[in-house]
Write a protein that binds this ligand. Structure first.
Ligand code: FDA
Length: 576
C-alpha cells in the first residue's frame, strides 16, 4: 500500500499532549498531521489545575489569554476544605494553589503567569483550534493501528472510522500522545515500570447550585470523609468544582477487586446527595465514568524515530494536579528539538535528550501523586477513624476532639491537614525541574541552590544553573514591563547579556538581549543583575536559554572570541 500522505511528524491523539504538540509544531513551521480516534474532543472535564509552568508554556504558544478568559482564577480555587459533607461538619482547611499569603508571594516572585483552574474539555478546544489556525492538519475519527520504522522514516497505519478503511501515512517522526492505554508506546516497546489498576475510582459530573455551602470558602476541592471514603479512590471522597458554583464532579473510590458499581442515575444522584449532605438536592447528572489509579512510568520515552509523551509514558492519579500539566510540558520539550532536527539545524541525537530530560520528571510526578494519596491517611488516623466504617464509631471518635482534654488529637488533625500542602501547594514540584542531558552544558560557576534547599518539593528555587528554567524577573522594555520568561522561547535561543556584552553575536537562531541602562531592555529594580552577580555571572557574561526556557549554558564574562564560543556551545547543545 502506498502512503496516502507524507509529512514530517505524525501526532497520535488530541488530548493535552497531542494538542500542545500540534500547536507548538504549527508555530514552529513543522509540517505535521494529527490523527485522533474520536469525532470530538474530550467531553469530560478531567484534568483541571493548570500550574504556572504550563501557563508560561501557553503564553509562549499564544493561547494564555484565551485560557485565562475561560478558567476559574486563582482567587476562587484555594480554600481546600475537609468535611463530613458540604452541608456537614467542617474538619479543617488548607490554603492551596498559591493562595496562602506566603505562597502567594512566592508564586508572584516565581513567574509572570498565574495558576488557574481550566477543565480539560475547555482546554483542548483552545489548543486544537489555535493549532488549526496556525496550520495543523487534524484528522478526527482516525485511529492509529500500527507502525513500522526504517532508517528514513516511519510508516503509520491508520483507520478512517467513518469509512472503515485503512491507509498509510509516511513521516519522519511519530509522536504517540495516545493516553494511558497507549498503543504507540506498546508498539514501540517502551519499557514500562510500575502497576496499573492500583485502586478504583468513579467520576460523576453533575449540575447543581452548591453556592450555599461553598460561597464563604471558595475552592476547587472539597474533601469528604464518610464511611467508605477510604476505599480505593484518591484518599477520600471529593466534590470538585468544574464551573463556579453550579457544575461539579464527584470522585468516589471503589474496590478494584469488586469492579465498579452500576452507575445508574439513581446511584449517581444518591452519591452526590450524600457527599453534599442534602437529601433533596436538585441534581442533574451530566456524565459518569469509572477509572483506575495507576502507578506506571516508561523508563524510556522513545525508540528510534518514535516518541511518546503525556499519559502514554506517565500514568498516575490526579493528586497534585499534574496530569495534563506534565503532558503539555513533555510536548513543549520535544517540539523545538523536532523542529531543529527536521530543518537540519540540529543533529538527530538532540532527540535523545528528550528521554534524559523528561523521564526523571515523569518518574517524580508519578511517585509524588501516588504518595499524596497515602498521606491522606494521616487525617483518618488523627480523627481515630482508620480501620472502621461503622458510622457510630466514626462519629464518636471524631466527636472526641471537641473535648477540652483532646489537645493531642486536635494538634494531630491540624498537622495532618497542614501536611496536605505537599499535594495542594507543592510549588517546588511544579517549578523546580532541572534537566541533565547532552543538550545542557554544565559548569562550576556556582552550585545549584536546589541541592541545599530546605524543602525542594514545597518551595521554588530560582537559579540560572544550566538545565533549570530561566528565573522569572520583571525587566522594563519600551513597550512596558516584560518577563525574562516571555523574552525567551518562541522557537529561538535567547542570550541574555549586559553592558559590555554587546559583541555576543545574534543570528536567526539566537536572539541577543542586552539588559542594562540605555539598552532596549532595562533592569530598573536591579533584580536580574543581583541574581546573576550571586551566581558568578558578570555584566558582559551571558545566560543562553533554549527555546523551551531552560538554560543551555552560561558564561561568567565575555570571552575573547564570543562568536566562536557561542557557535561551539550551540554545536554541543544541538549535537551537530
Ligand atoms: P489523553 O488521554 O488526554 O489523550 C489521548 C488522546 O489520544 C485522545 O485524543 C484519544 O482519543 C487519542 N487516542 C487514543 N488512542 C488512539 C488511537 N489508537 N488512535 C488515535 N487516537 C487515539 N487528571 C487530573 O489531573 N485531574 C483529574 O481530575 C483527572 N480526571 C480524569 C478522569 C478521567 C476519566 C480520565 C480518563 C483522566 C483523568 N485525568 C485527570 C488525567 C488527565 O486527563 C490526563 O493526565 C491527561 O489527559 C493526559 O493527556 P494526554 O494528552 O497524554 O492523554
Amino acid at each position: 500500500m502506498a502512503p496516502v500522505v507524507t509529512t514530517d511528524v505524525v501526532v497520535v491523539g488530541s488530548g493535552p499532549a497531542g494538542a500542545a504538540m500540534a500547536l507548538a509544531l504549527a508555530r514552529l513551521g513543522v509540517d505535521h498531521l494529527v490523527v485522533t480516534r474520536y469525532e470530538t474532543l474530550a467531553a469530560e472535564p478531567r484534568a483541571h489545575i493548570t500550574n504556572q509552568r504550563t501557563m508560561e508554556v501557553l503564553r509562549d504558544l499564544g493561547v494564555s489569554d484565551r485560557v485565562e478568559a475561560l478558567a476559574t482564577p486563582q482567587d476562587l480555587i484555594g480554600t481546600t476544605t475537609f468535611c463530613t459533607s458540604l452541608a456537614g461538619e467542617e474538619l479543617g482547611r488548607v490554603r492551596s494553589w498559591g493562595t496562602d499569603p506566603h505562597s502567594q508571594a512566592a508564586h508572584r516572585l516565581a513567574s509572570p503567569a498565574r495558576i488557574c483552574d481550566m477543565p480539560q474539555n475547555l482546554m483542548e478546544p483552545i489548543l486544537v483550534q489555535a493549532a488549526q489556525r496556525e496550520g495543523s492538519r487534524i484528522r478526527f475519527s482516525t485511529e492509529y493501528l500500527g507502525h513500522t520504522q526504517d532508517d528514513e522514516g516511519v510508516t503509520v497505519e491508520v483507520r478512517d472510522r467513518l469509512r472503515d478503511d485503512t491507509y498509510e501515512i509516511r513521516a519522519r517522526y511519530l509522536y504517540g500522545a495516545d493516553g494511558g492505554r497507549s498503543r504507540v508506546a506498546e508498539d514501540a516497546g517502551l519499557p514500562m515500570r510500575g502497576e496499573m489498576g492500583v485502586a478504583g475510582s468513579l467520576n460523576i459530573v453533575f449540575r447543581a447550585d452548591l453556592s450555599p455551602w461553598v460561597a464563604h470558602r471558595p475552592s476547587v476541592l472539597y474533601w469528604v470523609l464518610q464511611p467508605g471514603s477510604d476505599v480505593g479512590g484518591i484518599g477520600m471522597g471529593v466534590v470538585r468544582m468544574v464551573r463556579p458554583w453550579d457544575e461539579w464532579l464527584t470522585i468516589w473510590g471503589y474496590d478494584v477487586a469488586d469492579g465498579p458499581p452500576d452507575l445508574s442515575d439513581e446511584y449517581c444522584r444518591g452519591l452526590v446527595r450524600a457527599l453534599v449532605g442534602v437529601d433533596e438536592l436538585d441534581v442533574e447528572i451530566l456524565g459518569r465514568s469509572a477509572w483506575t489509579v495507576n502507578h506506571m512510568v516508561a523508563e524510556r520515552y522513545s525508540t528510534g524515530r518514535v516518541f511518546c509523551g503525556g499519559d502514554a509514558v506517565h500514568r498516575h492519579p490526579p493528586s497534585n494536579g499534574l496530569g495534563s500539566n506534565t503532558s503539555i510540558q513533555d510536548s513543549f520539550n520535544l517540539a523545538w528539538k523536532l523542529a531543529l532536527v527536521v530543518r537540519g539545524e540540529a543533529g538527530p541525537e538532540l532527540l535523545e535528550t528528550y528521554t534524559a530530560e523528561r523521564a526523571p520528571i515523569g518518574r517524580q510526578v508519578v511517585d509524588r501523586a501516588n504518595q499524596s494519596i497515602g498521606e491522606t491517611g494521616r487525617i483518618f488516623d488523627a480523627l481515630g477513624v482508620s480501620g472502621t466504617d461503622d458510622p457510630e464509631v466514626m462519629r464518636a471518635n471524631m466527636a472526641a476532639r471537641r473535648e477540652p482534654g483532646a489537645d493531642k488529637q486536635r494538634r494531630a488533625l491540624r498537622e495532618a491537614i497542614a501536611f496536605k500542602a505537599y499535594e495542594f501547594d507543592a510549588h517546588g514540584v511544579e517549578l523546580n525541574q532541572r534537566y541533565v542531558s547532552a543538550a545542557v552544558v554544565s559548569d562550576d560557576l556556582s552550585p545549584d541552590p536546589l541541592a541545599t534547599a530546605e524543602d525542594p518539593e514545597l518551595h521554588h528555587v530560582a537559579s540560572t544553573t544550566p538545565g533549570a528554567r530561566v528565573p522569572h524577573v520583571w525587566l522594563a522594555g519600551h513597550g512596558g514591563d516584560v518577563s525574562t520568561i516571555d523574552l525567551a522561547g518562541h522557537g529561538r535561543f535567547t542570550l541574555f547579556t549586559g553592558p559590555g556584552g554587546e559583541s555576543w553575536p545574534a543570528s536567526e537562531l539566537v536572539r541577543v538581549v542586552v539588559v542594562g541602562p540605555g539598552h532596549e531592555i532595562e533592569d530598573p529594580y536591579g533584580d536580574w543583575a543581583r541574581l546573576l552577580e550571586a551566581e558568578g555571572i558578570g555584566d558582559s557574561g551571558a545566560v543562553l536559554v533554549r527555546p523551551d526556557h531552560h538554560v543551555a549554558a552560561r558564561f561568567a564574562s565575555l570571552p575573547d572570541d564570543p562568536a566562536t564560543t557561542l557557535s561551539t556551545t550551540l554545536q554541543q547543545v544541538l549535537r551537530r
